[in-house]
Design a protein around this ligand. Structure first.
Ligand code: ATP
Ligand code: MG
Length: 168
Protein backbone atom coordinates (compact mmCIF):
# COMPACT_ATOMS: atom_id res chain seq x y z
CA UNK A 1 0.00 0.00 0.00
CA UNK A 2 1.22 3.46 -0.89
CA UNK A 3 -0.39 6.27 1.15
CA UNK A 4 -0.77 9.92 0.12
CA UNK A 5 -0.74 12.91 2.47
CA UNK A 6 -0.96 16.52 1.27
CA UNK A 7 -0.35 19.81 3.02
CA UNK A 8 1.08 23.26 2.35
CA UNK A 9 3.63 22.80 5.16
CA UNK A 10 4.06 26.55 5.80
CA UNK A 11 5.93 25.34 7.83
CA UNK A 12 6.06 21.59 8.61
CA UNK A 13 5.31 21.03 12.33
CA UNK A 14 4.80 18.32 14.99
CA UNK A 15 1.07 18.07 14.17
CA UNK A 16 2.04 16.86 10.68
CA UNK A 17 4.64 14.57 12.21
CA UNK A 18 2.12 12.88 14.50
CA UNK A 19 -0.13 12.15 11.51
CA UNK A 20 2.74 10.85 9.39
CA UNK A 21 3.95 8.53 12.16
CA UNK A 22 0.43 7.12 12.34
CA UNK A 23 0.28 6.69 8.54
CA UNK A 24 3.67 4.95 8.62
CA UNK A 25 2.16 2.19 10.75
CA UNK A 26 -0.48 1.42 8.10
CA UNK A 27 1.29 1.68 4.73
CA UNK A 28 4.43 0.44 2.97
CA UNK A 29 5.43 3.73 1.34
CA UNK A 30 4.36 7.36 1.77
CA UNK A 31 3.88 10.08 -0.82
CA UNK A 32 3.90 13.59 0.64
CA UNK A 33 2.36 16.24 -1.60
CA UNK A 34 3.58 19.82 -1.10
CA UNK A 35 0.41 21.74 -1.95
CA UNK A 36 0.16 25.26 -3.42
CA UNK A 37 3.72 24.66 -4.60
CA UNK A 38 3.76 27.82 -6.72
CA UNK A 39 3.20 30.09 -3.71
CA UNK A 40 5.96 31.68 -1.61
CA UNK A 41 6.98 35.04 -0.15
CA UNK A 42 3.50 35.89 1.16
CA UNK A 43 2.16 36.15 4.72
CA UNK A 44 0.27 32.85 4.56
CA UNK A 45 2.80 31.10 2.34
CA UNK A 46 6.26 32.40 3.20
CA UNK A 47 8.34 29.39 2.12
CA UNK A 48 9.15 28.14 -1.37
CA UNK A 49 8.31 24.63 -2.56
CA UNK A 50 12.03 23.82 -2.49
CA UNK A 51 12.40 24.98 1.10
CA UNK A 52 9.36 22.92 2.08
CA UNK A 53 10.80 19.87 0.29
CA UNK A 54 13.89 20.27 2.51
CA UNK A 55 11.82 20.64 5.69
CA UNK A 56 9.71 17.54 4.99
CA UNK A 57 12.59 15.42 3.68
CA UNK A 58 14.87 16.12 6.64
CA UNK A 59 12.06 15.66 9.15
CA UNK A 60 10.96 12.31 7.66
CA UNK A 61 14.53 11.05 7.45
CA UNK A 62 14.55 11.32 11.24
CA UNK A 63 11.04 10.11 12.07
CA UNK A 64 10.04 7.32 9.64
CA UNK A 65 11.91 4.32 8.29
CA UNK A 66 9.71 3.65 5.21
CA UNK A 67 10.49 4.81 1.67
CA UNK A 68 8.91 8.22 1.05
CA UNK A 69 8.59 10.65 -1.86
CA UNK A 70 8.09 14.43 -1.59
CA UNK A 71 6.27 15.87 -4.60
CA UNK A 72 5.50 19.58 -5.12
CA UNK A 73 1.97 20.07 -6.51
CA UNK A 74 0.84 23.42 -7.91
CA UNK A 75 -2.74 24.63 -7.57
CA UNK A 76 -5.05 24.51 -10.56
CA UNK A 77 -8.13 26.64 -11.05
CA UNK A 78 -10.56 23.72 -11.42
CA UNK A 79 -11.30 21.72 -8.30
CA UNK A 80 -13.14 19.12 -10.39
CA UNK A 81 -9.85 18.25 -12.12
CA UNK A 82 -7.59 18.50 -9.09
CA UNK A 83 -7.45 14.77 -8.22
CA UNK A 84 -6.35 13.92 -11.79
CA UNK A 85 -3.82 16.72 -11.63
CA UNK A 86 -2.36 15.45 -8.33
CA UNK A 87 -2.28 11.85 -9.59
CA UNK A 88 -0.58 12.91 -12.83
CA UNK A 89 2.54 14.13 -11.03
CA UNK A 90 2.67 11.77 -8.04
CA UNK A 91 3.83 8.17 -7.75
CA UNK A 92 0.70 5.97 -7.83
CA UNK A 93 -1.07 5.72 -4.44
CA UNK A 94 -4.08 3.77 -3.21
CA UNK A 95 -4.97 5.37 0.13
CA UNK A 96 -5.36 9.05 0.98
CA UNK A 97 -4.98 10.50 4.49
CA UNK A 98 -6.55 13.93 4.95
CA UNK A 99 -8.76 15.89 7.30
CA UNK A 100 -9.19 18.77 4.86
CA UNK A 101 -12.91 18.69 3.86
CA UNK A 102 -12.32 19.71 0.22
CA UNK A 103 -9.49 17.19 -0.26
CA UNK A 104 -11.62 14.46 1.35
CA UNK A 105 -14.60 15.35 -0.84
CA UNK A 106 -12.64 15.43 -4.10
CA UNK A 107 -10.86 12.11 -3.50
CA UNK A 108 -14.02 10.32 -2.31
CA UNK A 109 -15.87 11.49 -5.43
CA UNK A 110 -13.06 9.97 -7.51
CA UNK A 111 -13.55 6.62 -5.77
CA UNK A 112 -10.38 6.78 -3.67
CA UNK A 113 -10.40 5.50 -0.09
CA UNK A 114 -9.81 8.40 2.36
CA UNK A 115 -8.87 8.10 6.02
CA UNK A 116 -9.18 11.19 8.26
CA UNK A 117 -6.56 11.26 11.04
CA UNK A 118 -7.33 12.96 14.35
CA UNK A 119 -5.95 16.40 15.13
CA UNK A 120 -3.00 16.63 17.48
CA UNK A 121 -3.23 19.71 19.79
CA UNK A 122 -4.49 21.88 16.96
CA UNK A 123 -4.47 25.12 19.06
CA UNK A 124 -0.67 25.11 19.13
CA UNK A 125 0.33 22.85 16.27
CA UNK A 126 -0.87 24.77 13.22
CA UNK A 127 0.94 26.70 10.53
CA UNK A 128 -1.21 29.74 11.26
CA UNK A 129 -0.19 29.73 14.94
CA UNK A 130 3.49 29.24 14.10
CA UNK A 131 3.51 32.16 11.61
CA UNK A 132 1.69 34.30 14.20
CA UNK A 133 4.35 33.49 16.79
CA UNK A 134 7.15 34.24 14.33
CA UNK A 135 5.74 37.72 13.71
CA UNK A 136 5.07 38.32 17.42
CA UNK A 137 8.61 37.31 18.39
CA UNK A 138 7.27 34.42 20.49
CA UNK A 139 8.65 30.88 20.75
CA UNK A 140 7.87 28.87 17.60
CA UNK A 141 10.91 26.57 17.49
CA UNK A 142 9.38 24.19 20.03
CA UNK A 143 6.47 23.47 17.62
CA UNK A 144 8.67 22.16 14.79
CA UNK A 145 11.40 19.50 14.56
CA UNK A 146 14.89 20.99 15.00
CA UNK A 147 15.79 20.22 11.36
CA UNK A 148 12.81 22.35 10.23
CA UNK A 149 13.92 25.24 12.43
CA UNK A 150 17.34 24.78 10.81
CA UNK A 151 15.94 25.19 7.28
CA UNK A 152 13.94 28.26 8.37
CA UNK A 153 16.92 29.89 10.07
CA UNK A 154 19.20 29.09 7.11
CA UNK A 155 16.87 31.03 4.79
CA UNK A 156 16.37 33.84 7.32
CA UNK A 157 12.72 32.80 7.23
CA UNK A 158 11.44 34.89 10.13
CA UNK A 159 12.84 38.07 8.64
CA UNK A 160 11.36 37.13 5.27
CA UNK A 161 7.95 36.65 6.90
CA UNK A 162 8.25 40.10 8.52
CA UNK A 163 9.24 41.68 5.19
CA UNK A 164 6.45 40.10 3.14
CA UNK A 165 3.90 40.95 5.85
CA UNK A 166 4.79 44.63 5.86
CA UNK A 167 3.53 47.45 3.65
CA UNK A 168 5.23 50.45 2.11
P1 ATP B 1 -2.22 26.50 8.05
O1 ATP B 1 -2.66 27.01 9.39
O2 ATP B 1 -1.24 27.36 7.36
O3 ATP B 1 -3.36 26.07 7.17
P2 ATP B 1 -1.81 23.78 8.90
O4 ATP B 1 -1.23 23.56 10.25
O5 ATP B 1 -3.29 23.56 8.74
O6 ATP B 1 -1.35 25.18 8.38
P3 ATP B 1 -1.44 22.46 6.40
O7 ATP B 1 -0.19 22.31 5.62
O8 ATP B 1 -2.51 23.35 5.93
O9 ATP B 1 -1.02 22.86 7.91
O10 ATP B 1 -2.06 21.05 6.72
C1 ATP B 1 -1.78 19.86 6.08
C2 ATP B 1 -2.64 18.83 6.71
O11 ATP B 1 -2.22 18.64 8.07
C3 ATP B 1 -4.12 19.23 6.77
O12 ATP B 1 -4.91 18.14 6.38
C4 ATP B 1 -4.31 19.58 8.22
O13 ATP B 1 -5.63 19.27 8.64
C5 ATP B 1 -3.31 18.66 8.91
N1 ATP B 1 -2.91 19.17 10.22
C6 ATP B 1 -2.51 20.41 10.51
N2 ATP B 1 -2.26 20.55 11.83
C7 ATP B 1 -2.50 19.34 12.38
C8 ATP B 1 -2.45 18.83 13.71
N3 ATP B 1 -2.09 19.60 14.76
N4 ATP B 1 -2.79 17.54 13.92
C9 ATP B 1 -3.17 16.77 12.88
N5 ATP B 1 -3.25 17.19 11.60
C10 ATP B 1 -2.92 18.46 11.35
MG1 MG C 1 -4.36 24.20 6.94
Amino acid sequence: IRGFYIGRFQPYHYGHESVIKHIAEEVDEIVIGIGSAQLSHSPNNPFTAGERVLMVTHALEESVSLPFYVIPIEDIQRNALWVSHARSISPPFNEVYSSNPLVVRLFRESGTEVISPEMYERENYSGTEIRRRMLAGEDWQSLVPPVVAGVINETDGVRRLHDVSGSD
